[in-house]
Design a binder for this molecule. Structure first.
Ligand SMILES: NC(=O)c1ccc[n+]([C@@H]2O[C@H](COP(=O)([O-])OP(=O)(O)OC[C@H]3O[C@@H](n4cnc5c(N)ncnc54)[C@H](OP(=O)(O)O)[C@@H]3O)[C@@H](O)[C@H]2O)c1
Length: 343
């Protein structure tokens, strides 16, 4: 990690009324190198930020503006907490002005325009920027993130799946076929927009699968980076579930071992993550979502299963390591702060 920087970076948050935008406010509030010079919402523009976020410290209060009104504020960096499809067009306007962008949406996570348009069913608003976007999983792309003008912050499920699987595929420990991911998420993973299945009466006291097999939009993102690590195509079976809790993801991953045992999985993780501040390997316990709530941690564990098989466990807070915390981790790298500042 670099020594802490003493400079002040002029920052804005686009999409401050959403869950990831508000989580960013909580983290940036304690960042000594950030001056928050703009916040946007399309539906609440014109209001004071404290009307929307009553817990806000007075020094951060300011008028909420439309995203387009952030373009010419002399920003150094902007966090885009917007829906996919909306984010890319905004990103382009900021990049053109020399503002470094950390995009929390999916718009720049897939390097291939056709793949994006097939899965997200929108025309990519800025395909010319895809080649310069860096995938912001710091544990694997740290050097590229430091230099990046545009960071594609990973999805929440992909973060919980890539951190356990990438080193194992890189080392040839896990077979690239037959990987099954059984993932569970709290409801904030779906954002604030109202949908029937997110209503209290539908979600409370309930546990339901959705987008099973190979239909969830995070499948191509996970397969893209797993395939790069393995050097051969990796195909997943991925079944996400909604769990009646506010936040947190627990992914249970069933793999065939190409060699070695569950102990070798643990040793590989320990070697890979020995110097990583936010990935911890548990040996005597299995990860639980409450242990990571409000933190930027990813907890990992592995256990033997049938012959030649292992089961892996990974827990993160979807709003922190799965979104806004990881975004600040990337921001810290980009601007030369200690990587853990404010996290
Ligand atoms: N929630 C998670 O766990 C999570 C994790 C990783 C990544 N992400 C991604 O991060 C992004 C934000 O997620 P979120 O959960 O914070 O979503 P959210 O709670 O639904 O908030 C979305 C934000 O976007 C703004 N917005 C909506 N439509 C807009 C438009 N047409 N133009 C400009 N702004 C618009 C909303 O503001 P107004 O409605 O007030 O205008 C709101 O501030 C999404 O792309 C999501 O996929 C989310």
């Amino acid at each position: 990690m670099s020594k802490g920087s003493t400079k002040t970076v002029r920052v804005a948050i686009a999409g401050v009324t959403g869950y990831t935008g508000e989580t960013l406010l909580r983290i940036l509030e304690r960042h000594p190198g950030v001056e928050l010079v703009g916040v946007s919402s399309e539906s609440r523009a014109g209001e004071k930020l404290s009307q929307i976020v009553p817990w806000l410290p007075a020094r951060l209060d300011q008028p909420v503006v439309h995203a387009a009104d952030l373009y010419d504020r002399g920003l150094d960096a902007v966090f885009l907490c917007l829906p996919h499809g909306e984010s890319a067009a905004r990103a382009k306007a900021f990049v053109e002005r020399g503002v470094r962008v950390i995009d929390l949406s999916a718009d720049f996570r897939l390097p291939d325009r056709e793949l994006y348009e097939e899965w997200y069913r929108v025309t990519h608003p800025a395909p010319e920027l895809l080649s310069e976007a860096v995938y912001g999983l710091p544990e694997f792309y740290r050097d590229q993130v430091r230099q990046a003008g545009l960071v594609a912050n990973p999805g929440c499920y992909p973060t919980s799946v890539l951190l356990p699987l990438l080193p194992l595929l890189q080392e040839g420990l896990v077979a690239e076929d037959g990987v099954i991911v059984d993932a569970k998420s709290g409801l904030s993973g779906a954002g604030k927009k109202l949908r029937e299945r997110m209503h209290f009466v539908e979600a409370n006291d309930n546990f339901s699968p959705y987008s099973p097999g190979r239909t969830h939009r995070h499948v191509p993102e996970m397969e893209t980076y797993l395939t790069q690590a393995a050097g051969r195509p990796v195909r997943l079976t991925f079944v996400p579930h909604l769990v009646p809790m506010d936040r947190g993801i627990l992914s249970t991953i069933y793999v065939r071992l190409a060699r070695g045992s569950a102990d070798d999985v643990v040793k590989t993780w320990q070697a890979t993550y020995a110097d990583e501040p936010f990935v911890r390997v548990l040996e005597d316990a299995l990860p639980e979502t409450k242990w990571v709530t409000g933190t930027n941690l990813c907890l990992l564990a592995a256990r033997p299963a049938g012959p030649g098989q292992a089961v892996l466990f990974s827990a993160i807070d979807n709003l922190v390591k799965g979104a806004s915390g990881q975004a600040v981790q990337n921001f810290n790298l980009m601007f030369g702060f200690n990587e853990g500042t404010a996290l």
